[in-house]
Design a protein around this ligand. Sequence first.
Ligand SMILES: N[C@@H](CCC(=O)N[C@@H](CS)C(=O)NCC(=O)O)C(=O)O
Length: 226
Amino acid sequence: MIDLVQFPWSPFCIVQRRILEYSGVPFTVTNIPNGDRSLVWRLTGEQYYGVPILRDGRRVVFEADHDSQVIATYLDAKLDLDLFPRAFAGLQTILWRHIENDIEDLAFRLNDIYWEEMVDAADRLLFVRHKERKFGRGCLDQWRREQKSMVAELTRRLAPYGEMLAAHPFLLDEQPRFVDFDLFGMLGNFLYSGHYRLPATLPRLRKWYETMGRIQFPLHREKLRS
Ligand SMILES: N[C@@H](CCC(=O)N[C@@H](CS)C(=O)NCC(=O)O)C(=O)O
């Protein structure tokens, strides 16, 4: 059985978890603390410390670089989900770069403002140290001060995705493709703390997000046939 190694609020983990749920395949989840990557390090033969990774029998699947989609393409091929159709090759790459950089950058900072509500006491020191080493001393307080302007900027950056939903129910066409799951993951991270809602000015995006949270591939397949 496939096992997803993750922590629950990670945007990139939410992407793969939702793809697995969508597929209907049985899978398990192993949660690790954000600050302790020793399981990932061991499973990947000391090559990787990021999340998510997948265990599928004896195989361990993980990303090759910041911009690779090794796990998603592995699941797509194995489960036959048609997430990367040739018609959208290239276009999806441009989009996921925007989603995983411009959207993710604001989404995770806005969620991290509420880090004390999601990080276990035993992991707090490592969490703050990890953030401050990467983003500077006091970064979490700084993000709290900038919260309002960051929400406004995120809303601005999300507006084109709302526009993409005007002509079809998913970002590119009539069924969810990889970029739908990718954006879902970044927004799942933004919404994780429970302190935010998607902008009321983007009703199509709100509806899409709700659909993306529950859609199942087999049902969808039947719908396509009928
Ligand atoms: N492009 C990678 C990015 C994964 C990533 O950045 N994961 C974060 C957690 S959300 C991580 O583990 N970063 C390394 C670290 O925290 O040390 C993917 O799609 O999996």
